[in-house]
Design a protein around this ligand. Structure first.
Ligand code: NDP
Ligand code: F7E
Length: 311
């Protein structure tokens, strides 16, 4: 990928897409093309085909998707399946038709079986039943992996798949119900501190284990792999370290300086008990994360305050 290559970042206004654009710009890539969903709805086959034929991108980062936390995944099950299948099928097929040199598809750690051995190795894909709360999303993401493999096998396309662990960072979604746990807790602890509320509610038992990667680190890994990896097999992207949701809540509480108590609402789902990525493949290629969790939470909280808190 040379510095003047034409690179399409799908989903450039999202947390991950915006981090990829920042990283590309910082490294001197000068020909990045983007479209908002209001300009190009990736669910629309003809619109996607026309866009690829007119623009002829050479490289594609596919970071556009219907995304959300455990409750959003479990509530909007049809949308998570339908929209993600349409986006992936349209973009990957058009990339094939227009001869894109290389495409990176972003999946998720939820593609692995709910009770797979830990840490999750890439070869555990399709070896057991999925976590029910996000099965539709996971099935769509597995279809994306299989599209990349199939277009590679049949047509020789250089389409690669990466599986990020749970992410957080700048431009995250802070919706009270639909977001992921880390932004949800930043917002809830902040609002409780501001309003003088005595306790903050954490969904579930607090015992599930999760791994968290700062989105700017993920973006760096994506560029690294785009430049150096062209294999058929998927690659996990994570830190290789996890913590319980209770421990995460205590870390967010400390960063936000909330003094009150925690309450666990066990009527809310826990989801998968643990999903720690095996990152040995990524490490052996020469990439490791740099932002540790406490530092990353502080950066995300500063971004949240700058963008979401009324002035
Ligand atoms: N967040 C996380 O914890 C994780 C995310 N991932 C993956 O990373 C990728 C990016 O996620 P993230 O940045 O968090 O998500 P965001 O919700 O922040 O961003 C998603 C982007 O997708 C775009 N998009 C959604 N639907 C359409 C559509 N129909 N047409 C065109 N664009 C569309 C949106 O564009 P617009 O703003 O213009 O509407 C939005 O900017 C996804 O593939 C996700 O599955 C993987 C693991 C964990
Ligand atoms: C990235 C990943 O994201 C989703 O899976 P998940 O890992 O379960 O993600 P989550 O961040 O929503 O929850 C993590 C844990 O945290 C607990 N939890 C506590 N309190 C809040 C809370 O306030 N909000 C949320 N969302 N969770 C909370 C929650 O009960 C759960 O035990 C997938 O659907 C799928 O889309 C996917 O790939």
């Amino acid at each position: 990928m040379d510095k003047s290559a034409k690179i399409y970042v799908a989903g450039h206004r999202g947390m991950v897409g915006s981090a990829i654009v920042r990283k590309l710009e910082a490294k001197g890539y000068s020909h990045i093309i983007t479209r908002r969903s209001s300009e190009l709805d990736l669910r629309e086959q003809e619109a996607v085909r026309t866009f690829f034929q007119e623009e002829q991108p050479e490289y594609v980062f596919l970071a556009a998707a219907k995304v959300g936390g455990i409750v959003a995944n479990n509530t909007y099950r049809a949308e998570f399946l339908y929209e993600n299948l349409m986006i992936e099928a349209n973009v990957i097929h058009s990339a094939y038709e227009t001869g894109v040199k290389k495409l990176m598809f972003l999946g998720s750690s939820c593609i692995y079986p709910k009770l797979a051995p830990q840490p999750l190795k890439e070869e555990y894909l399709l070896t057991g039943e999925l976590e029910p709360t996000n099965e539709p999303y996971a099935i769509a993401k597995i279809a994306g992996i299989k599209l990349c493999e199939a277009y590679r096998d049949q047509y020789g396309c250089n389409f690669i798949s990466v599986m990020p662990t749970n992410l957080y960072g700048y431009n995250d979604n802070y919706h009270p119900q639909n977001s992921h746990v880390l932004p949800a807790l930043i917002r809830r602890f902040h609002e409780a501190k501001e309003s003088g509320t005595e306790a903050v509610t954490i969904w579930g038992s607090g015992s599930p284990m999760r791994e968290f990667l700062f989105a700017d680190d993920l973006a760096e890994a994506c560029l690294f792999l785009m430049q150096r990896y062209s294999g058929r097999e998927l690659i996990n992207i994570g830190t290789g370290k996890d913590i319980s949701i209770k421990e995460l809540a205590l870390s967010v509480k400390e960063v936000v300086s909330f003094e009150g108590k925690l309450i666990f609402d066990t009527s809310k789902p826990d989801g998968t008990p643990r999903k720690l990525m095996d990152v040995s493949k990524l490490h052996s290629l020469g990439w490791q994360h740099t932002t540790e969790l406490t530092e990353g939470i502080a950066l995300a909280y500063a971004d949240f305050k700058a963008k979401h808190v009324a002035v």
